[in-house]
Design a protein around this ligand. Structure first.
Ligand code: SAH
Ligand code: SF4
Length: 382
């Protein structure tokens, strides 16, 4: 078994090179070939000594993820489905906009958190992706798009960890992938333009603040513990007071001066005017101005097993208005890629329920898709 070099951030690659008896600057060269130029063959890395290329061939490889399908929407959104083995697949989605290109990527096959409105949650957990599998989604998309669009410069300016899975439950594999995104020798993305979205793994939020502070989105979905316990079961472990406390602590390290709260609008469940007022009260407990956070209301994308319905446009607007009137900046997420089933909760694949394990085993190639949550109007730059 040789080593997949996509599994490393630059430091990790430097250690690997040192173990091969090579100088650190070789790692910089290698890292640039892989991430900036999209090379996967050592033979293409023309400024590396031939002896080093031969040495590398014996011990390492650059392993992309096999692409199972690609769909291009009329609005330019592109969805890729990647094979991660053993019948599991994950999605990444590219959302082009005038002033940016956003890639939404996955961190796990499935998810253990089990939110009621999320189809990944309903499917259950399969496994954590490795660093190389997380970064391979960006590696592929960036270099595919450069070729496709015949562009030499960067196409993807923003990355959001809002695909399948709970990124902070895969912390150790996530952080090197984030570092590769941020590294000037890698993708050189701004910390403000890399967003981790979490359902609220409090200790890992603190760790991220300290070790790799990037923009943070927190999936709130409810104004009180009773409702959040029901929608996001993790709330029983990390209730709102702890979660919001962690958000405030995060702000001291964050590249932005606000936290984005995502709030999935569920008809008759969490979308009532009094619940909007309750949210205002909740965030004001932490700062009177309300300026420390922004809300992004996501129209729920229904799927059959959820038993939930999307709030009406009228209800969503009324909810947004209450928050905005109270001085809390609130946006409504625009759905992109409708025609290719690329929006949150729109599943193109064959979705399985993890409790029906027998069925899963019986299937040769089950595709597990997640609501690609981030087909998204992502967090807007300020
Ligand atoms: N696990 C992380 C990141 C992935 S989910 C998290 O929960 O934050 C990204 C976003 O998609 C979350 O805000 C989630 O609430 C939202 N989402 C999940 N299922 C959805 C659905 N069916 N419709 C709309 N948004 C959904
Ligand atoms: Fe997991 Fe996020 Fe879906 Fe909840 S919303 S089940 S945390 S992917």
């Amino acid at each position: 078994m040789t080593t997949n070099l996509l599994d490393f951030d630059l430091n990790g690659l430097a250690v690997f090179c040192e173990q091969l008896g090579e100088k650190r600057y070789r790692a910089v060269q290698l890292f640039r070939w892989i991430h900036q130029k999209g090379a996967s063959s050592f033979d293409d890395m023309s400024d590396l000594a031939k002896s080093l290329r031969e040495k590398l061939k014996g011990v390492a490889h650059v392993m992309p993820l096999p692409v199972m399908s690609q769909h291009i929407s009329s609005d330019g959104t592109i969805k890729w489905l990647f094979d991660v083995g053993a019948g599991d697949a994950v999605e990444a989605v590219f959302i082009p906009e005038e002033d940016r290109g956003t890639l939404c990527i996955s961190s796990q096959a499935g998810c253990a958190v089990g939110c009621r409105f999320c189809s990944t949650g309903h499917q259950g957990f399969s496994r954590n992706l490795k660093t190389g599998e997380i970064i391979a989604q960006l590696w592929f998309a960036e270099h595919f798009l450069r070729k496709h669009l015949r562009r030499d410069e960067r196409v993807i300016s923003n990355v959001v960890m809002m695909g399948m899975g709970e990124p902070l439950q895969n912390y150790s594999q996530l952080v090197p992938a984030l570092r590769a995104m941020l590294d000037d020798h890698g993708y050189g993305l701004s910390r403000r333009r890399v967003t981790v979205s979490t359902s609220g793994i409090v200790p890992k939020m603190d760790l991220l603040a300290e070790q790799c502070p990037v923009a943070l989105a927190v999936s709130l979905h409810a104004p009180n513990d009773a409702l959040r316990d029901n929608l996001v079961p993790l709330n029983k472990k990390y209730p709102l007071a702890e979660l919001l406390g962690a958000c405030i602590r995060y702000l001291a390290y964050a590249p932005r001066d606000f936290i984005t709260f995502e709030y999935c609008m569920l008809d008759g469940v969490n979308d009532q005017p009094e619940q909007a007022h309750e949210l205002v009260k909740l965030v004001r407990q932490y700062s009177n101005s309300g300026a420390w956070c922004k809300f992004n209301l996501i129209p729920f994308n229904p799927f059959p097993q959820s038993g939930l319905k999307q709030s009406s446009a009228h209800q969503i607007l009324a909810f947004a208005r209450i928050l905005n009137d109270a001085g809390i900046v609130t946006t409504i997420r625009k759905t992109r890629g409708d025609d290719i089933d690329a929006a949150c909760g729109q599943l193109a694949g064959d979705v399985i329920d993890r409790t029906r394990v027998d069925q899963r085993i019986a299937r040769q190639r089950t595709v597990m898709l997640k609501p690609i949550a981030t087909i998204v109007e992502t967090v807007k730059e300020t």
